[in-house]
Each structure stands twice: as structure tokens, then as C-alpha cells.
Write a protein that binds this ligand. Structure first.
Ligand code: OAD
Ligand code: ZN
Length: 237
């Protein structure tokens, strides 16, 4: 029985599945985002070093695609849950599409970075994608002229906000995962830690996630179709 009150502390972790109904393909589906590309070529620092042009081509395309996509009912349902819980709510997303923020979520940790930003490989200055001249094969830093790179956490790099997440997991009553296959660590391990620390764990996914062993309650289906009603049910007085 899930019963979320205004005093509950809730963490939601989302993955590519929550944006599927917004038209953004998931990673591991047959027609996923890695299509025709070796993951190491487009999502690793080594790949970027070998062929920055190809990497930029890939992320420019993904950025444009994310700009055209619209948040779906699952994104909006999480905005509602945040409004209900205030500071008791934290959203951790592995997605880089920015759809949670565009829907209106504000307590969001984008642990794998964001398509909306890039940064300089030399001086580290950060720039908004919309301010960059994307007609350049490899966009250059407005400050020092070196290559910019997408602000995406690639394989072999350390996700953002791990320290904050560890603190939040220790205190949470519910840890809910939505639309993630549970195969990419460390994110896939958060639910395990939450469970060991005493939180109730919930998953909502189209298929059984890999870390199902640490899930107390599993709902199978599309998040845009079932999450809004579930949240209504969980917060019902
Ligand atoms: P995956 O593509 O691995 O998994 C997406 C999950 O969403 C699958 O388990 C699907 O069953 C499920 N799914 C698909 N459509 C759905 C829907 N409408 N509603 C609910 N669930 C649905 O994506 P992630 O788990 O997010 O990392 O992948 C994790 C990380 O792997 C990504 O952040 C990315 C990738 O490497 C980086 O880019 C660093
Ligand atoms: Zn620079």
C-alpha cells in the first residue's frame, strides 16, 4: 500500500522510458539512440578525441530533436507531485532532454548532463547550446577558441550530484523509478541503497527492469498512461 502524505520524502529516478511518449527513442530499444553507432564512438571521451565531428553531429541532432519534443502526461504528473511535497521531493533524471524542466519541475538533478549545454575542453567555460554557432563542425569556445564539447556525462565519466543524492537517499521514505532499464550504474544501484536504508521502492516500466530484485511494488505499462492516475491515488487523503 503506497500512501504519500505532504510530509513524505520521495525521490523519483527517471530514464529514457519517460520520454518515449514524447517521441524520443530509448537507448536499448531496437531503434534506439545508439542506432548505427558504436556506443564508445559517440558516448565516451575517447570517442570524442578520435572523431569530435561525428560526436558533435550526433548531439546536434539530438538537441534539435529534444527542442521539438513536448513533455507528456508523465512529466506533468511529477510536477504535480513536486507541488504537493515541496522540499520533500527530489527528481533524479538520467535524461538529457530537458523535458522535466520544461514541464515545470524545479527540484531536478540531471545526473548525465544536458543537451542544452556544452563546455570548453580547455578553459571549462560553460555555454548554452542555443548561443553556440552550430553550423561549425566543431563549435569553438567563445572565450579561448578551443573545442567545445556537449555537457553530457559519457561512459567512464562521473555523474553529477552523487554527493547530494547519497544524502537524499538516506532520508527518503519512497524511492520510485520510472522508465529506466536499470542496467547503467551508478544510477541503477540507487534503488538498492534506498531499499537497504529502509525506503519503500516502486518501479513503473514497460518491461521488468534489471534491478527488479530490489523493487517492492512493480507497475507494468507506459508511464504517460499510468503515472498520472497512480500519483493521484498515492496522494489521496
Ligand atoms: P534504456 O533505454 O536502457 O531503458 C528504457 C526503459 O524504458 C526500458 O526498460 C523500457 O522498457 C522502458 N520504456 C519504454 N517506453 C516506456 C514508456 N512509455 N513508459 C515506461 N517505460 C518505458 O534507458 P535508460 O535506463 O534511461 O546514459 O538508460 C540509462 C542510461 O544509459 C542513459 O542515461 C544513457 C545510456 O547509456 C548516458 O547517456 C550517459
Ligand atoms: Zn575555452
Amino acid at each position: 500500500m503506497v500512501r504519500i502524505t505532504p510530509k513524505s520524502k520521495v525521490i523519483v529516478l527517471t530514464g529514457a522510458g519517460i520520454s518515449a511518449e514524447s517521441g524520443i527513442g530509448t537507448f536499448r530499444a531496437a531503434n534506439g539512440l545508439w542506432e548505427n553507432h558504436n556506443v564508445q564512438d559517440i558516448a565516451s571521451p575517447e570517442g570524442f578525441k578520435r572523431n569530435p565531428c561525428l560526436v558533435w553531429q550526433f548531439y546536434k541532432k539530438r538537441w534539435l530533436q529534444s527542442q521539438e519534443a513536448m513533455p507528456n502526461p508523465a512529466h506533468f504528473a511529477l510536477v504535480k507531485l513536486e507541488q504537493y511535497l515541496g522540499d520533500g521531493f527530489r527528481l533524479i533524471t538520467q535524461n538529457v532532454d530537458g523535458l522535466h524542466s520544461r514541464a515545470g519541475s524545479s527540484r531536478v538533478w540531471e545526473i548525465h548532463g544536458s543537451l542544452n549545454r556544452c563546455y570548453c575542453t580547455n578553459c571549462g567555460v560553460s555555454a548554452a547550446m542555443q548561443d553556440i554557432d552550430l553550423t561549425q563542425d566543431i563549435p569553438l569556445c567563445p572565450k579561448c577558441g578551443s573545442s567545445l564539447r556537449p555537457d553530457i556525462v559519457w561512459f567512464g565519466e562521473i555523474p553529477y550530484f552523487l554527493f547530494e543524492i547519497e544524502g537524499a537517499i538516506k532520508q527518503c521514505d519512497y524511492f520510485i523509478i520510472v522508465g529506466t532499464s536499470g542496467v547503467v550504474y551508478p544510477a541503477a544501484g540507487f534503488v538498492l541503497t534506498a531499499s537497504l536504508m529502509g525506503a519503500k521502492t516502486i518501479a513503473l516500466n514497460l518491461d521488468e527492469p534489471d534491478n527488479i530484485g530490489f523493487i517492492d511494488t512493480f507497475y507494468q505499462g507506459k508511464s504517460g498512461e499510468i503515472l498520472p492516475a497512480l500519483i493521484e491515488e498515492w496522494i489521496k487523503p
